[in-house]
Design a protein around this ligand. Sequence first.
Ligand code: EPU
Length: 338
Amino acid sequence: MDVQTDVSLKPYNTFGIDARARFFCEIDSLKKLKEALQLSGYPEKFILSGGSNILITGDLNKLVLHIGLKGIEIVEESQKEVWIKVMAGENWHQMVLWALDQNYGGLENLSLIPGNAGTAPIQNIGAYGVELKDILTSCEAMEVESKKIKIFTNEDCHFGYRDSYFKNEGKGKYVITSITLKLTKNTHKINTNYGDIEAELQAKGISDPTIKDISNVVVSIRQKKLPDPCKIGNSGSFFKNPVLSASEFLTFTENHPHAPFYKIAEDCYKIPAGWLIEQCGLKGKRFGDAGVHKNQALVLVNYGHATGKDIINMAERVVEQVRQKFGITISPEVNIIS
Ligand code: EPU
């Protein structure tokens, strides 16, 4: 087993935080994963995948296992649908492009999301009206204790808004090794309901969009609003959108009648945290190399040499100002690693 020491994690996290791992191991097979989980005499193990939804706050006195399991295969097919099994280390967007090339539908609204396939179930990634839970049929994961592969059905994953079993009861107990997705082959369900998609299609003069059109539109909306992690370090939305009950929402809208919101259930309203942060005058603000992005206030950015602590300080400042102005406590969506 090739265990490296003192490895910079900068290339492995989209925030571009230059923290170091005391031990580091590349995992490219299930056999290696099993062996690595069995290694004794090392500090705590940490599973690292695409590194797109984490903030590393300092050097890690851990054995980092970097999941590089690759492969996409068709496991079942009917006249109308196809089931694909994607190994955890596959890059999400490359996989979306592969599916579009085969004319497989279902992933187009989830184009250009950073990260790898294996971490998608952990926070039930979602964008432009679609969530992973809408297309995932199952995932496989190695249980850390027994080193056995367990199959989780969609229901077993307990998906919620940016939430799953793997963030709660299952936290630290499993390493996701693959996901299986059900995609459409010919009768695609075109989903244009989410705000900007319709407007962008109209602007391009497209009235009967294909799945490729939807993907292109989503890519262009994301490129306009969200910073490219290859250019400016970030982990996408840093905070979750807060969810208010009907009575909390009533008080909120009385005070802020022009605030945007999404009704997500009879008694549940989601308020865009980006709007709350912008109203606090924080959009585009910069403190040293840590900042709030200029086009989407929900995204915190690293302009170059911010440390994890700098980002945390910035995040605490944002939470406090939103709490003071609106009486709402927003909470991080990214995993804070220390
Ligand atoms: N808004 C502002 N100011 C801002 C940002 C947003 O006023 O700086 C307002 C917008 O005008 C709009 C509303 O907030 O009315 C919603 O904005 P947007 O469509 O950008 O979506 P969001 O709720 O801020 C969520 C996801 C994103 C996802 C988009 C599109 C969360 C935490 N974030 O953002 O996911 O791309 O919807 O579906 O749910 C991610 O998870 O990393 C991510 C980028």
